[in-house]
Design a protein around this ligand. Sequence first.
Ligand SMILES: Nc1ncnc2c1ncn2[C@@H]1O[C@H](COP(=O)(O)OP(=O)(O)OP(=O)(O)O)[C@@H](O)[C@H]1O
Ligand SMILES: [Mg+2]
Length: 224
Amino acid sequence: MQNSLQTLKAFYKTPETPESFFLSLEGIEGSGKSTQVKFIEKVLINKGYRVLCLREPGGTEFGERLREAILRSSTPLHPLAECHLFLASRAQLLKEKILPYLSQPKSVVILDRYIDSTLAYQGQARKLGFETVLDLHHHNPLNLLPHRTYFLDIPLEVSWERQKQRGQEKDYFEAEKAEFYNDLIHGYQMTAKLFPERILTLDARGTVENVSQFIQQDIERIIK
Ligand SMILES: Nc1ncnc2c1ncn2[C@@H]1O[C@H](COP(=O)(O)OP(=O)(O)OP(=O)(O)O)[C@@H](O)[C@H]1O
Ligand SMILES: [Mg+2]
């Protein structure tokens, strides 16, 4: 299993425009992804970069319609149907937004969820397996990986506490039970082991400022 995963990894690449970076944030609901996207955006704008922040699924007109179709689904979708919908949204986002933006120098794309969400949700929690999900990402443009991914790691109880405080109605995934979420957390931890050079795991139980400080230090190392 480990060998075939390593073989699949060989098909991936990162963007190559000088001084341009592709970053993503990952973690379960309430882990602080959207909060940290805004922080990173500010840091990089202050350093003179053009910055584009996007979320998945969505980010394009077509992708936002897919997002609604998935997150508002009242029937459980087949895991492969779910996976292909996310991939359709991702391919469109790469074509319309990410690739054109990253072809310019001094440009940064920050994504709120990307391939590691698919590995954790569909690969692990929905049990499609990492091989299947990686295999589906073999082809251009889906084989583009970020230079750096921040995995904001929190336990389930912290996620639920933050969701309770937010007080919104639960969507398709948020309505899942504890077992699903524990699988998800485990899935993210496995993706971090599979891509150790790309994924930085952060203990996101700390304050917003604490987490931001770690991210800022890492970004300064990346862009120097
Ligand atoms: N480190 C932190 N400590 C305490 N609260 C936090 C921290 N990070 C974020 N929060 C708060 O937790 C809530 C969820 O944060 P945020 O929306 O950034 O998470 P998210 O990962 O984007 O969630 P989702 O996947 O549901 O969009 C917000 O109310 C935010 O202010
Ligand atoms: Mg968010």
